[in-house]
Design a protein. Structure first.
Lengths: 807, 660
């Protein structure tokens, strides 16, 4: 039976169970059965009337579908049939036995022949079943062959299924489910193949296979999600390849009326179909992006298209669909969308900037609609934008420029004609070849983009300022998720801000820097304010004193060592506020020097280095501040230094002493210690050739990514080898005192233990030996009994061995 | 013999056997041969080879008094067979003595182990006290002659060392082998074997054994020169790391003991130590860098685990122990940076215990090396967490011992006990950090940021207790700021005059008059009490091992002076904590052994009263380990009770067979 089972498992068609095969083997026909049948020939007569030939023929008909294993079984069965025929013709094909009963404990019970007679009415049905089964088998075999073609995944699933199938007496529902599953798998494999075929066809010759394009798009609305996704993804790849590098404009009526050559017509037809198909596809995608299951795939496809073919028709539809995903709750989707948009912004060549404007405006609208309560990713993408340096302020100048250039060219032309002709020709060709739109157009687009960007930024700022007065301080921290990115953006584009807004902007920033927002944001506000000032030096005469005060305060609460970004932003702040700005008040400088020195106690080494570098810079720049290094009783300054004074101008720092350097000299980081020593001691000599910006210092000494800067002192490369060392101190003396207490160790117990173990081992060995002996003897006895019954000699052997057993 | 009989009596069966199971027959034949072998000597041993006490004693006298080589050879032969006793047939010894009496065995072992080293040295004319380098041995004339004897002695002793299981015997053997370490230099293979065994016992054995093993390792490293020391330094660290995988209240003292041993070993040659420490600290840094760059959960786990923390702590200890320019001071910088990086790696409240450990280590490192390490941001950052500002929602909760956990569960973070422990330790460590510089001329500036942030915390926290505690600290810091400011108004030196800066407030420092210093002492006292309470609750809540635990109290809280004084009174003037701990442990171990002995004997004698005995023992040592041991003893006894019976049966049957 087990052997049989196993073979069955190998067989191709597990589902229908092949019951006759089982019963052939298993049924033992008792004498009583035979008797019964022969006695009641009247009942059993129908058995002989069965169309055995037909049945076998049907089985035979299956032969081509069966593999070797099945064939073998078939012939085996045939042989049995032949053997049984002599016995009783009817029994060989008794269909009643086809369905075994499964007991609760899982064992199978096969009905006997008698029962078959008791329920003869079911016989026909069984017969019908049996006819059905082979067809099922056939189908399954086909399934199998298709499955085999598929990839490993479905096959693994199929393998999983099979053991279940093997269990006899499966409920029909389960069977159906399985069948469905198998058919779905099969269908998927089928569709996959189809998609692959269509795609290769399309790619090889897109013009000729618009039919397959249509078909593929129709697959996109398949019921099965998996198939749908396959189709979508492959279509994305296809469209990325086959879409032309220009936008297709539907021909006007006039154009349609005109007679055109065959080729033009062909192209036109193709383009029309392509456009239509693409439209359908985009629509499908957009529809898909609303559903939960297909959202991710649809988004992926849309992003792929946006990256590759932003210039093409329906780009705006795609953008409209993708932009909301910047605010998706799933971070993976957010990154997908933002990556797509960033690449859109960066590769403006493809679409000439139009898509950028579109996207930025869409984002601006989105932010507006959702009241600035969106994920920071939405604004993060703006940072990828690039603008020409001169687009805002120099609009007029820029307009003039080409003219003057032209004039100059005129003059040149007069001078040397022949060489310039060639050059001009080349230039013209080049301009034609490059897809860049002319400067005017570009400027227009960029201005539109920029205004949308700033509109959004200002909106965010306004939103951040407005409610912060209304709500309490604790909630204001999290209510402006966009503030950080917004400030970052402002920093980046600060040079582009129009002068008209600057006053308001600074007011808002001042409000934000005052407090309530987080320390980092306050720092960013200060930096932004100084940046803006610097960019518009000629246009503004605003005193940034308040920002100095804020920065002075922010320094107290800053943890710049949290990560690389905060380290860098701190260094940048130092650079912008203290290095690059205009002339400072001496008191203010001294106060900042003092504060930075105090703060650098609690910074990591890289930021401490940045702070010290700034201190050095300031002390070098403002000679008078070097008083801080000397303890000369306030240097005749009447003011007394107040550490906790919030206003740097009023702190009286000029009369203090930079004591911090004394302690910083014992800083654990050798470089910090060295630099502070340098500042404290040798600054007067002014021999600083190396000028380092705080940013450089941070970069040079940052250990956020691990490593040591400066490097750790290396061990000596060669050791002085010593043959022995003299005992420095003596834990050994301790040990000796201990020794005495435990001097007497008794090894007798150990000996006994060892002895017992050995003896035990020996005895065990003996036992094993004796046992084998007895076994051998038993074998010997039995063999002897079989071989020759007559001999009866050995009496000693068994007795002896018996004794051994007792032992 | 059986087989031959069988052959006679039942040739057919014999033939059958031959046909079917050669193996069985062969095995029998072997056996027979062996039996022949063994039987002959047994017949002989009654007269000659079986060792008697008289034999051994006569040899001993011969060796001791006449330095007789023949007797020495015999003794070593006996020792060898004693060491290889009970190992079955594999050994093929040319000189083989049969030891049938436990007395003889004992005599041989004890004599050889305890006196042979002295005899060797006497023969080589080496004075016991004088240390001799290995190289000098070759110069001694008799060394060549003694060489094989010493080798045999050491080889046998090492062999038996690896066989033994009883801790007392092992430590005895180790201790006896210690004087002979000088000889091991001549036999590198044996030396390696010895070291391996010693390291094994050091890292796994119970404390007294561990100490003996360590002193062997130390002697080995000292006497055999740089190469040996180098390999020892490496191995000891690796062993330490592998035994510091799991830290709990029970294992912590042991790990600290092991760490102290490592510190001791690294003190032998600073140049070697620097090299080893440098590589190992670099390894730690590489792991950290990996975590910083990869940022995967697994890489974080490699840093945030006990092994990593224990090694960091070890290095902090080592570097702190040997500060100074020529010593390991330069390694304080990478260590501090690693500690800072580790504390910031995963900034969540659940890892506060780990962060706190880092802060403690940083403080310790800074204090030992007298360098400035920015500990304050690590601590103040913790107060900034929203978990510390919100009132606790998770109920009171069990108190958490920050020394024996790295990470706490999410619900624990919300408990009051956790919050309290956090705030308390943050304030304590902050005070500790500032106290280190409370006499510094730059103290007012140093305190600026901590003050600002503490004030903010006072303002923002909702818990009255925390506010009160923080305000207290703020007041003390302010007082100290005032104290320093006033003093420095009078000075005339500048920041660059480093000598003058160093001597600023020297008198006050020695007198300990700064307000913050005094307050910090109060805080330390409080912390000690808190910890004591924690220990007690733990002791009450479950029977944790006392002997180790009490130890941990005095070792973890380095500043616990009163306790130590008491100990010191008992043990004379041992200066190092290391030593003290050892003594205490030693005593305990002694009593343990004693009680165990008693218990064993008594149990054997009056097995019925075992229950009473157990109660008594539990009173004496409330330890898990010992309870386990008790069980072990009991089960052993049970087995022992069964075994003899079995054996008797077997033996009698065997005898029957033989007689047949």
């Amino acid at each position: 039976m087990p052997a049989k089972r196993k073979r069955q498992r190998d067989g191709p068609a597990p589902v229908p169970l092949l019951p006759p095969e089982i019963h052939d083997d298993d049924i033992e026909i008792s004498d009583g059965d035979v008797e019964f049948v022969t006695k009641n020939k009247g009942y059993a007569g129908f058995l002989s009337g069965l169309d055995t030939k037909g049945i076998t023929k049907q089985v035979l008909g299956l032969k081509p579908d069966w593999n070797g294993d099945n064939l073998e079984r078939f012939y085996e069965k045939k042989a049995k049939v032949a053997a049984n025929k002599d016995f009783d013709n009817a029994l060989t094909v008794d269909p009643v036995d086809a369905l075994p009963i499964k007991n609760p404990d899982g064992t199978l019970e096969y009905r006997r022949v008698e029962k078959a007679k008791a329920v003869p009415s079911t016989e026909k049905k069984q017969d019908a079943d049996k006819k059905e089964q082979p067809t099922k088998t056939k189908q399954k075999a086909q399934d199998k062959s298709i499955k085999a073609k598929k990839e490993s995944k479905p096959r693994a699933k199929g393998a999983e299924v099979e053991p279940d199938v093997k269990k006899p007496a499966l409920q029909p529902e389960v069977l159906e489910e399985l069948q469905e599953f198998v058919s779905v798998e099969e269908k998927r494999g089928h569709m996959k193949e189809k998609i692959a075929n269509l795609s290769t066809e399309l790619l090889s010759c897109p013009e000729d296979s618009t039919g397959s394009l249509k078909e593929l798009i129709s697959i996109c609305s398949d019921k099965d999600d998996t198939v749908k996704h396959f189709a979508m993804l492959s279509l994305m790849a296809i469209f990325r390849d086959i879409l032309p590098g220009y936008r297709i404009r539907p021909p006007t009526e006039k154009e349609l009326e005109m007679k055109v050559s065959k080729e033009v017509k062909q192209t036109r037809d193709y383009e029309a179909t392509l456009l239509k198909c693409y439209q359908g596809y985009v629509q499908t995608l957009i529809r898909g992006s609303y559903t939960a299951s297909g959202r991710h795939i649809a988004l992926k496809c849309m992003c792929g298209l946006l990256e590759a073919v932003p210039h093409f028709n329906f780009g705006d539809n795609l953008l409209r669909a993708v932009v909301p995903f910047l605010d998706a709750s799933d971070p993976a989707e957010r990154t997908l969308a933002s990556l797509a948009l960033c690449s859109l912004f960066k590769n403006e060549r493809k679409h000439g900037g139009e898509a950028t404007v579109e996207a930025v405006q869409l984002i601006a609208d989105y932010v507006k609609e959702s009241d600035c309560n969106v994920q920071p990713d939405v604004l993060q993408v703006f940072l990828a934008l690039t603008f020409d340096e001169n687009i805002v302020n120099k609009n007029e100048k820029a307009l003039h420029k080409p003219k003057s250039k032209f004039k100059r060219e005129d003059k040149k032309e007069k001078r040397n004609t022949s060489a310039d002709d060639i050059r001009k020709e080349v230039e013209d060709d080049f301009r034609e070849a490059s897809t860049l739109p002319d400067a005017k157009e570009r400027r227009k687009l960029q201005t539109a983009t920029l205004s949308a960007v700033f509109e959004t930024y200002f909106r965010v700022l306004k939103a951040a300022v407005a409610p912060s007065t209304a709500t309490d301080s604790s909630s204001s921290l999290c209510s402006h998720p966009l503030l950080g990115t917004c400030l970052q953006g402002l920093l980046k584009f600060s040079h582009l801000i129009s002068v008209d807004f600057l006053g308001d902007l600074l007011a808002v920033l001042r409000k934000l820097a005052e407090g309530k927002s987080s320390v980092e944001e306050r720092l960013q506000c200060c930096v932004a304010a100084f940046r803006i000032m610097k960019a518009n030096l000629d246009a503004l005469t605003v005193d940034l004193k308040e920002f100095y005060v804020h920065f002075y305060d922010v320094l107290l609460h800053l943890y710049p060592d949290r990560n690389l970004d905060s380290e860098n932003s701190f260094a940048e702040a130092l650079q912008v506020i203290l290095c690059e700005s205009r002339h400072h008040d001496l008191q203010r400088v001294a106060a900042f020097v003092k504060r930075l020195a105090a703060v650098s106690f609690h910074f990591g080494s890289s930021t401490a280095m940045a702070a010290l570098v700034i201190i050095r810079h300031l002390l070098l720049r403002y000679k008078k501040c070097r008083n801080l290094l000397e303890n000369d009783g306030g240097g005749g300054n009447a003011m007394v230094f107040h550490l906790n004074e919030p206003d740097p101008d009023l702190s009286g720092a000029l009369s203090s002493v930079l004591w911090e350097l004394a302690l910083l000299q014992s800083h654990y980081n050798p470089e910090v210690a060295k630099l502070s020593q340098q500042i404290a001691g040798t600054l007067a000599s002014e021999n600083f050739s190396v000028v380092m910006s705080p940013k450089d210092a941070t970069a040079a000494y940052s250990t956020q990514q691990g490593g040591f800067r400066p490097a750790v002192k290396l061990p000596p490369s060669k050791l002085v080898k010593k043959s022995s060392y003299k005992s420095r101190q003596a834990p050994s003396s301790l040990l000796d005192s201990v020794e005495d207490s435990e001097n007497a160790v008794d090894f007798r117990g150990y000996f006994r233990l060892l002895r017992d173990i050995t003896e035990n081992q020996a005895l065990r060995k003996e036992l094993v030996k004796s046992k084998t002996m007895v076994e051998m003897y038993a074998r010997y006895k039995s063999e002897k009994r079989i071989a020759a019954a007559g001999k009866k000699s050995k009496t000693k052997g068994p007795r002896k061995i018996n004794k051994k057993i007792k032992a | 013999m059986d087989l031959e009989k069988l052959k006679e009596k039942d040739p057919e069966f014999y033939k059958f056997l031959e046909e079917h199971d050669q193996e069985l027959l062969g095995f029998k034949e072997d056996e027979e041969e062996e039996q022949d072998d063994t039987e002959k000597p047994t017949s002989r041993d009654k007269e000659e080879d079986s060792l008697t006490i008289a034999h051994v004693e006569s040899w001993i006298i011969a060796v001791k008094e006449k330095e007789n080589y023949a007797a020495l050879r015999k003794l070593l032969g006996a020792f060898r067979s004693a060491c290889h006793y009970g190992e079955g047939e594999e050994e093929e010894l040319s000189e083989r003595f049969i030891i049938n009496s436990s007395n003889v065995f004992n005599k041989v072992m004890v004599f050889i182990l305890s006196e042979l080293d002295g005899i060797f040295k006497k023969m080589l004319h080496i004075h016991q006290e004088k240390k001799v380098a290995t190289e000098d041995l070759k110069k001694i004339g008799r060394w060549k002659k003694l060489f094989p004897f010493v080798k045999s002695y050491l080889a046998s002793a090492l062999h038996v060392l690896n066989q033994m299981t009883d801790n007392r015997m092992i430590s005895f053997t180790l201790r006896r082998l210690r004087p002979s370490i000088v000889f091991l230099g001549e036999f590198p293979a044996l030396g390696r074997k010895f070291l391996k065994a010693a390291f094994h016992f050091w890292s796994t054995g119970e404390q007294s054994l561990s100490f003996v093993a360590f002193s062997c390792i130390r002697d080995m490293a000292m006497q055999l020169g740089t190469d040996c020391l180098e390999s020892c330094s490496k191995t000891i660290y690796k062993q330490f790391v592998s035994s510091a995988k799991f830290v709990s209240a029970t294992t912590l003292p042991r790990i600290q003991f092991l760490a102290n041993c490592v510190v001791e070993l690294y003190g032998i040659d600073i140049a070697v130590s620097y090299q080893c420490a440098f590589t190992f600290i670099k390894q730690l840094a590489i792991i950290l860098r990996n975590a910083l760059t990869v940022k995967s959960k697994d890489s974080f786990k490699k840093v945030y685990c006990w092994q990593y923390m224990a090694s960091l702590e070890l290095w902090v200890k080592v570097v702190s122990a040997y500060t100074g320019k020529d010593n390991l001071q330069p390694l304080a910088y990478p260590l501090a940076q690693i500690l800072g990086g580790v504390s910031r790696l995963v900034p969540t409240a659940r890892y506060f215990p780990l962060r706190m450990q880092c802060a403690v280590m940083l403080n310790r490192l800074a204090a030992a090396t007298n360098t400035f390490i920015p500990v304050a941001p690590v601590l103040l950052d913790m107060l900034d967490f929203k978990e510390m500002k919100k009132p606790p929602t998770g109920g009171a909760g069990d108190s958490v011992d920050f020394h024996v956990v790295i990470k706490v569960g999410k619900p624990v973070v919300k408990t009051r006990a956790f919050q309290e422990e956090c705030v308390n330790t943050v304030l304590e460590q902050l005070a500790e950090h500032l106290t280190q510089w409370c006499y510094s001329v730059a103290f007012p500036e140093l305190a600026l940021i901590p003050l600002a942030q503490l004030r903010r915390f006072v303002k923002e926290t909702n818990v009255d207790r925390f506010r009160r505690l923080a305000r207290q600290l703020v007041e003390q810091i302010e007082r100290n700021v005032e104290f320093v400011t006033k003093k420095r108004e009078g000075v005339s030196f500048s920041p660059k005059d480093s000598e003058a800066v160093a001597s600023f407030l020297k008198a006050e420092r020695e007198a300990g008059t700064s307000p913050l210093f005094q307050y910090c002492n109060v805080l330390r006292e409080r912390a000690k009490e808190r910890r004591q309470a924690l220990v007690e609750t733990r002791l009450f809540s479950r029977f944790s091992s006392t002997s180790f635990y009490l130890l941990s109290c005095c070792s973890v809280e380095v500043k616990q002076k009163p306790d130590e004084d008491e100990l010191a009174r008992d043990d004379g003037k041992a200066k190092e904590l290391f030593n003290k701990k050892w003594h205490q442990q030693k005593k305990r171990a002694g009593t343990e052994i004693l009680t165990k002995k008693q218990q064993k004997e008594e149990e054997k004698e009056k097995g019925d009263q075992a229950g009473v005995e157990e109660d008594r023992v539990e009173d004496l040592l409330l330890s898990d380990d010992d309870e386990q041991d008790d069980e072990g003893v009991r089960s052993n006894d049970d087995e022992a009770a069964q075994k003899p019976a079995n054996k008797k049966r077997k033996r009698s049957s065997k005898q029957k067979q033989r007689t047949k």
